[in-house]
Design a protein around this ligand. Structure first.
Ligand SMILES: Cc1cc2nc3c(=O)[nH]c(=O)nc-3n(C[C@H](O)[C@H](O)[C@H](O)COP(=O)(O)OP(=O)(O)OC[C@H]3O[C@@H](n4cnc5c(N)ncnc54)[C@H](O)[C@@H]3O)c2cc1C
Length: 449
């Protein structure tokens, strides 16, 4: 059976981005407008403003759940990495707004807050205080996770549990305080918000994992590459034409843990998009999970939640040519693009700058030589510690290195960068200095979580 043609995806537009930003603003501000009419409003500006801050803070925290729910259409115009950054900074903003609600009441109307003693205070007021403390804890533990060396998987479970508890406590506070739920339609509005969040959590924690669990994959091969990289080859263990994806996209992999266990890891799909029944993930040994890949046995079951991301050539199908800059295992999504271009018989000019420390550890270097025969591809290896007699580029991918190898038509190329953040940042600057338009430069970041 011939594999199906991969789904060609058009570029995501600014209009999509504006629509989703408007949807975000609406979700956050609708509860504020709900305050305006009704008998409870009009107790003075500071009182109304304090209430408005409370509503806005709660709505902002609510939307946080949606931001990391992996909704493809909502994340596509921005890129999932940007959405995660947005999630991080909006959490701080939401906490500031919620603290503003509390602080303003404490300053202007302390009687309304009543006693802080949980044995004396009404339960919904204690719930409000608990929500504030829990939200602060969720944010502090996330910001300090790496510094405190908190295990990622344990943090993720605690993060989800604490955030849900904080949000439930905040809703309890809202319904208990109830001053602004004086009309049926306001109650309906907040009931609808509450139902939306319950459904969202049910989707993220139950429905989506269930869908993923019904589509198992089998490990067909575990291949050692150079540079402590292991390629996991997966084939579908359920009736399907395969996984349709665009080259450069990534998958969430669950291996030796059910999709319900919240222990998935993101990896770029390294194989050709023209071969959807044989998915390859090339994984560098780095930490707790990635160091176990080499012990994976043929026949083991894996699950893929995929595809995600907008990094890739199919977002820019009309480009005159493509240039790639990879550092280390950042080559994985670029291998997918090169393999796909080769399978499609593409004849456009391509240049790959590939930075590594030593020659012996350059993953896929033999296959890149073979791809250079099938494609109009120039491969430029850049080594930090080249072997004796090396005549190629040495050091890092700098402006000079780019200048030496890019063709004069470089302004018409699309650029794809994937590697350590310092490398991507310095190459972005170098391309800017060479006059390449910023909208032609696309970066994939591996450490946004
Ligand atoms: C879009 C994307 C594509 C990626 N593609 C590749 C690839 O093709 N090849 C490759 O080798 N690596 C890739 N990575 C990086 C890879 O996901 C991490 O190296 C891996 O999850 C680290 O897990 P660990 O337990 O081995 O490392 P640890 O040392 O335990 O963790 C190191 C850091 O990795 C991150 N991390 C750990 N577990 C997870 C998780 N479950 N989900 C998200 N992040 C986690 C955390 O920030 C953690 O602090 C990609 C990352 C992203 C975001």
């Amino acid at each position: 059976m011939n594999p199906p043609a991969p789904r060609r995806r058009g570029p995501h537009t600014t209009r999509d981005a504006i629509v989703w930003l408007a949807a975000y603003l609406a979700a956050v501000t609708v509860p504020l407008f709900a305050l305006l009419p009704g008998p409870a409003a009009g107790r003075g500006f500071t009182w109304d403003f304090a209430m408005a801050l409370g509503y806005a803070g709660l709505a902002m925290f609510g939307v946080q759940f949606a931001l990391t729910a992996r909704f493809k259409r909502a994340t596509a115009p921005f890129g999932i990495d940007i959405v995660y950054y947005f999630h991080r900074y909006l959490a701080l903003a939401a906490l500031a707004v919620a603290l503003g609600h509390y602080g303003m009441l404490r300053a202007t109307n302390p009687a309304a807050l009543g006693s802080a003693d949980p044995f004396v205070a009404p339960p919904h007021m204690t719930a409000g205080r608990v929500a504030l403390v829990l939200f602060a804890l969720v944010i502090a533990s996330s910001l300090a996770r790496r510094r405190l060396r908190i295990d990622y998987d344990a943090w993720r479970v605690a993060h989800a549990a604490l955030a849900t508890a904080a949000f439930a406590a905040a809703l309890w506070h809202l319904f208990g305080a109830g001053r602004f739920l004086d009309t049926v339609w306001k109650q309906a509005l907040w009931a609808a918000y509450g139902a939306f969040w319950v459904l969202l959590i049910a989707w993220v924690r139950v429905a989506r994992p269930w869908r993923v669990a019904r589509r198992p994959w089998t490990v067909a091969e575990v291949r050692a590459e150079r540079g402590r990289v292991w390629t996991l080859v997966l084939e579908p263990a359920y009736p399907t034409e395969g996984l349709r994806f665009a080259p450069g996209q990534f998958a969430w992999l669950a291996l030796r843990a059910s999709p319900f266990a919240m222990r998935e890891h993101p990896f770029s799909i390294a194989s050709s998009a023209e071969r959807p029944r044989r998915i390859e993930l090339s994984i560098k040994e780095l930490g707790d999970f990635t160091s176990t890949i080499k012990h994976t046995r043929r026949g083991e079951t894996a699950w893929l939640d995929a595809p995600y991301g907008t990094f890739g050539i199919d977002e820019h199908p009309a480009a005159f040519g493509y240039a790639f800059v990879a550092g280390g295992v950042g080559i994985a999504p670029i291998m997918s693009m090169l393999r796909t271009l080769a399978d499609r018989g593409d004849r456009r000019p391509l240049v790959l700058f590939y930075g590594n420390r030593v020659w012996e550890r350059v993953a896929f270097r033999e296959e890149l030589d073979a791809l250079a025969q099938r494609l109009d591809l120039k491969v430029v290896h850049v080594l930090q510690e080249p072997p004796p007699g090396w005549t190629g580029e040495r050091g890092f991918v700098t402006e000079d290195v780019l200048m030496r190898h890019l063709p004069v038509t470089r302004h018409r190329f699309e650029y794809f960068l994937c590697g350590p953040t310092p490398m991507t940042v310095s190459v972005e600057r170098a391309l800017d200095a060479l006059g390449v338009a910023a909208e032609r430069v696309h970066s994939e970041i591996f450490d946004w979580v």
